[in-house]
Design a protein around this ligand. Structure first.
Ligand code: HEC
Length: 181
């Protein structure tokens, strides 16, 4: 038999490799199709894929200050709440209605402290954030004490909270608006 030209051998090798790659491609296709199907099924349980949620939410909405002025924000969100709380905290509550008033106002103040983080000043932002955190922590403690109807605990949390409100007023308002229990 005459020796096959080297080109023939080469062509055969190429054909064989192509067959193998083709089967690999088909296999890969099947595997990914299977993955897609399981993905679709698990997706239909929760209604969406986890990764898609934040992107979609960010595109639709996010926190945004309604009132840019810090003055108006304090005057209409913090001040009336503080004034009501001062009355409610003047004496131990008699009934559930009084406790509910304290729960409501302490929660409003504690949650409103979170909104201070969206209003960081150009200078000393870290100090500002610390005052906001401290006020929120004590506001949360007051809320918790009111849930437990523990007036002793509530009173000390209330005073601690006001100290932290005042700490921010001292630093950023030259000591104006010093609130008393
Ligand atoms: C991170 C800083 C910061 C914290 C914390 C803070 N405040 Fe203020 N507050 C301010 C600033 C700044 C002003 C002055 C706003 C202005 O008039 O421009 C102010 C003003 C006020 C005023 C006066 C509003 C007016 O119209 O005269 C009250 C009342 C007040 N804050 C209540 C509170 C209470 C209650 C807390 C705690 C639960 C609190 N603040 C926590 C920064 C803070």
């Amino acid at each position: 038999m005459p020796a096959r030209p080297p080109l023939f051998d080469l062509l055969r090798k190429v054909m064989r490799t192509m067959k193998t790659s083709a089967s690999l491609l088909i296999l890969a296709g099947l595997v990914s199709a299977a993955f897609c199907m399981t993905g679709a099924f698990s997706g239909s349980h929760s209604g969406y894929t986890v990764a898609a949620v934040p992107a979609v939410r960010n595109a639709v909405a996010g926190p945004e200050a309604v009132e840019d002025s810090m003055h108006e924000f304090m005057e209409y969100v913090f001040q009336p709440t503080y004034r009501r709380l001062k009355v409610s905290m003047a004496a131990e509550p008699n009934d559930n209605k009084d406790w509910k008033a304290i729960k409501s106002d302490s929660l409003i103040l504690a949650e409103s402290c979170n909104l201070l983080f969206a209003r960081l000043p150009a200078e000393d932002a870290d100090d500002w954030a610390q005052h906001a955190t401290a006020s929120r922590t004590d506001g949360a403690a007051l809320y918790q004490a009111a849930r437990e109807k523990d007036f002793g605990k509530a009173s000390s949390a209330y005073r601690a909270m006001l100290n932290n409100c005042n700490a921010c007023h001292r630093q950023f308002e030259n000591g104006k608006h010093i609130l008393v229990p």
